[in-house]
Design a protein around this ligand. Structure first.
Ligand code: BGC
Length: 469
């Protein structure tokens, strides 16, 4: 199963999850610093990212891992508050610029293409204090930060992701409050935050387009988390509709405005409007884009970046009492098939990734697609043998091969999540997604390859896997 010549094989990380150095060299606090320092058991054993993998001082060790794998691409994120400690360009932290310059230069020297995420969940605390993503003021701030990054690093970075998983972020941070700032706004916060994220993304794309593209010739997009959602009963029309609605609310919610026409899917607008009405709201809880905003948002992505981890079955669940909540707006319940094996929340459904890719191809005019995250956790911190995990990766690659060969999906890059075991948000260090094991008890934070890392290196070397369709 030979992949197309030039196919990109990568791995990904994110600043807060690996860097540590939370207050080193003038870095300002981000929301995860505040949240983890507050304690309160919202993170496993009140763990923090203060040190994490220590990548702020151990970048050379990360580079060794990247070279050992033979990666063609490395996706990492910039810590906004390491570069701009209070989130604004009023003060620029040169030490932060130096750190990322070194990473970028070392990657390029070693023939590895950087894919850079501007913002991966770690908002500068100073901006959260001004309302974070619930406030429209963030749009201007984000755009200024993006322009700063394009002008500082864009001579060498050609592949940009503005916001990591706005769908997950809006839901966990502003709807449910399980991510910082930790305050739930059920039924309203997620939509409001997502609305501002879409506008901020679009603004920064335009800045790139008008100020940098001609000279830098790069590509800008955002990355969207997608699960495949399959009707629980394939013969039930209401389950089929429910599965379509579920995809509309989490994937198309962002992709349709940005890739197609500047506006939310009709089914999202009508569901939220009618349930809001039932609940006595004077207008829909889903904010509306103005005509001018729709024009501004439409067409603001140069490729499609998608994350796939898992799938679920979906069933229609009528919201009879007009209850408040996202699932209640979608009118679904979702659950795994009893035959699917799982590790934690990730049920192993390799064929789901092929369905997601085909859906994107068919719905979004056959775009260039990058999978910028995909992975499985390892729960046993003492074992380097993750053969079972490798089996999931291998099956996933088979599905990618089918997507490219049979469905003619224009998939060009795959990034595994993650290069290293790291701070897995609310799970702290208990859930390990690394290709390399990291010992968080050892101050030197040694990186040691799991079986999966060795197997992945072979796939990269051969640009494909053994066997045929
Ligand atoms: C996020 C990563 C996270 C991974 C595994 C994605 O939603 O972008 O930061 O570690 O999933 O949960």
């Amino acid at each position: 199963m030979a992949f197309p010549a030039g196919f990109g094989w990568g791995a990904a990380t994110a600043a807060y999850q690996v860097e540590g150095g939370w207050d080193a060299d003038g870095k300002g606090p981000c929301v995860w610093d505040t949240f983890t320092h507050q304690g309160g058991e919202r993170v496993f054993k009140n763990q923090t990212g203060d040190v994490a993998c220590g990548s702020y001082t151990l970048w050379e060790e990360d580079l060794k891992c990247i070279k050992q794998l033979g990666l063609t691409h490395y996706r990492f994120s910039l810590s906004w508050s390491r570069l701009l400690p209070d989130g604004t360009t009023g003060f620029i932290n040169q030490k932060g610029i130096d750190y990322y310059n070194k990473i970028i230069d070392d990657l390029l020297t070693n023939g590895v293409t950087p894919i850079v995420t501007l913002y991966h969940f770690d908002l500068p605390q100073a901006l959260e204090d001004q309302g974070g993503w619930l406030s429209e003021a963030i749009i201007e701030r984000f755009d200024k930060y993006a322009q700063f990054c394009f002008s500082t690093f864009g001579d060498r970075v050609k592949q940009w992701i503005t916001i990591n998983e706005p769908n997950i972020l809006a839901m966990l941070a502003y709807e449910l409050g399980s991510f910082p700032p930790g305050i739930p706004h059920i039924g309203t916060g997620g939509y409001q935050a997502a609305h501002n994220m879409i506008k901020a993304h679009a603004r920064s794309w335009h800045s790139y387009d008008s100020l940098f593209r001609k000279k830098q010739k790069g590509m800008v997009t955002l990355s969207i988390f997608a699960s495949w959602l399959e009707p629980a009963d394939p013969n039930s029309v209401s389950d089929q509709e429910a599965a379509k609605r579920a995809i509309a609310f989490h994937l198309d919610f962002f992709a349709k405005p940005i890739f197609i026409d500047g506006d939310y899917p009709e089914v999202v607008k009508s569901q939220v409007a009618s349930i809001s009405k039932k609940q006595g709201y004077p207008s829909s809880r889903l904010p509306e884009f103005t005509e001018e905003e729709k024009k501004m948002i439409k067409g603001t992505a140069d490729f499609f970046a998608v994350h796939y981890y898992t799938s679920r079955l979906v069933k229609y669940q009528e919201n009879k009492k007009g209850e408040l909540g996202l699932l209640q707006d979608v009118e679904i319940e979702f659950f795994p098939d009893p035959s699917w094996k799982n590790i934690d929340w990730i049920y192993v459904v390799p064929w789901g990734i092929r369905k997601v890719l085909k859906y994107i191809k068919d719905t979004y005019n056959n775009p260039v697609i990058y999978i910028t995250e995909n992975g499985f956790p390892q729960l046993d911190p003492t074992s380097l043998d993750d053969t079972h995990r490798w089996e999931y990766f291998r099956q996933t690659f088979q599905e990618l091969f089918k997507a490219i060969q049979l469905d003619k999906v224009n998939l060009q890059v795959y990034c595994a999540w993650s290069l290293l075991d790291n701070f897995e948000w609310n799970q702290g260090y208990s859930s390990r997604f690394g290709l390399f094991h990291v010992d968080f008890e050892d101050p030197a934070r040694p990186r040691v390859p799991y079986t999966s890392a060795k197997e992945y290196a072979k796939i990269i070397r051969n640009n494909g896997l053994e066997g045929h369709l």
